[in-house]
Design a protein. Structure first.
Length: 539
């Protein structure tokens, strides 16, 4: 296996070779995440063109890319990375270029044209690699939809001579996401009419000529504009009355999200080949954190499951985060299914359940530690040491609602402390009074964190308990956390809700220990705590 540039060492004991990291800006480069995809250098935002090459057994991710600076700017390209396992990534350069310095290859998607409906491919190109990109070409005068196709498995692209294939006399018409609809034997495109708050739905036989069939309009949070739509069918876990699944429409908004800045919402409903009709009037956020935007799903996943990845940043402050010579990372890849979610004691709703994809075998050096029924008292925290780097933890606990009064702040907190400077830490906890999880990323010596008013340091996530006792006094919860250098992903109650947030400590001060503490005795019973060290992250 060829390891990507961003990992320096894994575990030499397992005999895995590694390639040296390119350290050009000292501590800032040292803080690069290990398994969250980043560009080698330059600026990255929205993921584009996700697909799986079944012939090579290789996953492809493209993304909005400015190789000339660490902020967004024109000309804008498509960068490209690949992975064998959705955990370790190889940067393979630029895939699609704009045609002028004042233009951009904006967001889009990738499909595999198995049946050669476009006529772009000869017999020398495997049907599994007949890759067509559908993307927005942005100029000062217009945004139009273009086709490009690859004859070498997705590494280089040729522009279709008949471009554009779709235009709308608008500068705000972008982000096409295309799928194949088996029931109608048609290609389906959803595309944002961004500032009309519409998602246009189009059909095609050949990807070249598109027919408008309907608009989804003014649903959910509007914000300033709609962006980056996606339409998928998800199974319902447990085969409930929803049958073989329901359709989900993803819509991103920026600015104006409930968390502030940019975020991604979704709607659950039916799709008949021309119209998406929400089953529920409500919308929901796919992630409750500040750093999860422009979600896109993979085309052609090998097990017919739905996997997706998002940009792990926020337009409110993305241009200022203290990293160099790159800015921004992607989230981990997640698998999505629907579940019946207990929204409150009386009502269940369909909800997306998210599961992170992390290949422990590819990392080669997990060191698990486990504890059950941990007893913690005020002033006597439990301490867990880490070899600084990448780690994954799970905590399950119960809350005794009769053990504290309304005026007492009763919390269970994990303090994730820097190995070189313990005064820098993340605090993750549960407040029993509010029955709510919280995240505090403000304890750092990095001045930018305190100076930027949009980098919200404290956030909360409400979630119904996994179980409640018959007398309604004992409730149970669980949290899984994955920490990778400067990004934290939290999965509450088996992934029924997620919160993704970046954080920034001083250079090289990776998290090296966890303190588990309580604010009041006899409220919390930690039934299980497990910790997996996935990489030393040493240089």
């Amino acid at each position: 296996m060829k390891l990507p540039y961003l990992l320096t060492t894994l575990c030499t004991a397992v005999g895995v070779a590694s390639s040296p990291i390119k350290i050009t800006h000292a501590n800032d480069t040292v803080n690069r995440p290990l398994v969250h995809l980043t560009p080698h250098e330059g600026w990255m935002n929205d993921p584009n063109g996700l697909w799986y090459d079944a012939k090579e057994e290789l996953w492809h991710v493209y993304y909005q890319y400015n190789p000339n600076d660490t902020v967004w700017g024109l000309p804008l390209y498509w960068g490209h990375s690949t992975s064998k396992n959705l955990t370790l990534w190889d940067d393979v350069g630029v895939a699609i270029e704009p045609m002028a310095n004042n233009s951009g290859a904006y967001s889009g998607c990738m499909v595999i044209d198995y049946s050669n409906t476009t006529g772009f491919f000869g017999e020398d190109v495997s049907p599994e690699q007949r890759v067509v990109a559908i993307w927005t070409y942005n100029t000062p005068e217009s945004e139009t939809q273009y086709l490009s196709y690859s004859l070498d498995g997705g590494y280089s692209f040729r522009s279709y001579s008949g471009n554009p294939v779709l235009e709308n006399n608008s500068t705000q018409f972008r982000d096409p996401k295309v799928m194949w609809h088996e029931e109608t034997q048609k290609w389906i495109m959803v595309v944002a009419k961004a500032q009309q708050f519409k998602i246009g739905i189009y059909t095609s036989d050949d990807l070249k000529e598109w027919t408008p069939v309907s608009d989804f309009t003014r649903g959910g949070y509007l914000g300033y504009q709609y962006e980056c739509p996606g339409l998928v069918k998800l199974p319902v876990e447990g085969n409930t009355s929803a049958g073989n699944g329901s359709w989900v429409l993803f819509v991103s908004i920026n600015p104006g999200s409930p968390q502030g800045g940019s975020s991604t919402q979704y709607f659950i409903g039916d799709f008949n080949g021309t119209h998406f009709i929400p089953t529920y009037e409500n919308t929901n956020s796919i992630d409750s954190g500040k750093d999860y935007y422009a979600l896109q799903t993979f085309f052609n996943s090998p097990d017919n499951q739905t996997y997706g990845i998002a940009w792990a940043s926020n337009w409110q402050y993305s241009a200022f985060v203290p990293t160099d010579p790159w800015r921004s990372s992607m989230s981990l890849v997640r698998k999505f299914v629907l579940e019946e979610f207990q929204a409150n004691p009386e009502t269940k709703l369909l909800n997306i359940k998210s599961t992170p994809i992390l290949d422990y075998d590819a990392l080669g050096c997990a060191h698990p530690s486990n504890g059950k029924n941990l007893f913690i008292t005020v002033g006597n925290p439990l301490q867990f040491s880490l070899v600084q780097g990448l780690f994954d933890f799970n905590i399950s606990f119960s809350v005794n609602g009769s053990a504290f009064g309304g005026h007492e702040f009763a919390d269970l907190s994990l303090y994730l402390r820097g190995g070189e400077n313990k005064d820098e830490y993340l605090r993750i906890g549960f407040g029993a009074n509010a029955a709510t999880f919280f995240i505090d990323r403000g304890h750092t010596a990095v001045n930018w964190v305190h100076e930027n008013p949009f980098f919200t340091d404290k956030m909360s996530v409400n979630n119904q308990p996994l179980t409640i006792s018959n007398n309604s006094t004992i409730s149970t919860y669980s949290v899984r956390g994955i920490v990778d250098r400067n990004i934290l992903e939290l999965y509450f109650n088996n992934g029924s809700q997620v919160s993704t947030n970046t954080f920034f400590f001083t250079g090289g001060n990776f998290i090296g220990s966890i303190d588990m503490a309580v604010g009041k005795d006899n409220v919390f019973n930690v039934t299980e705590f497990s910790l997996k060290q996935l990489s030393t992250g040493s240089h």
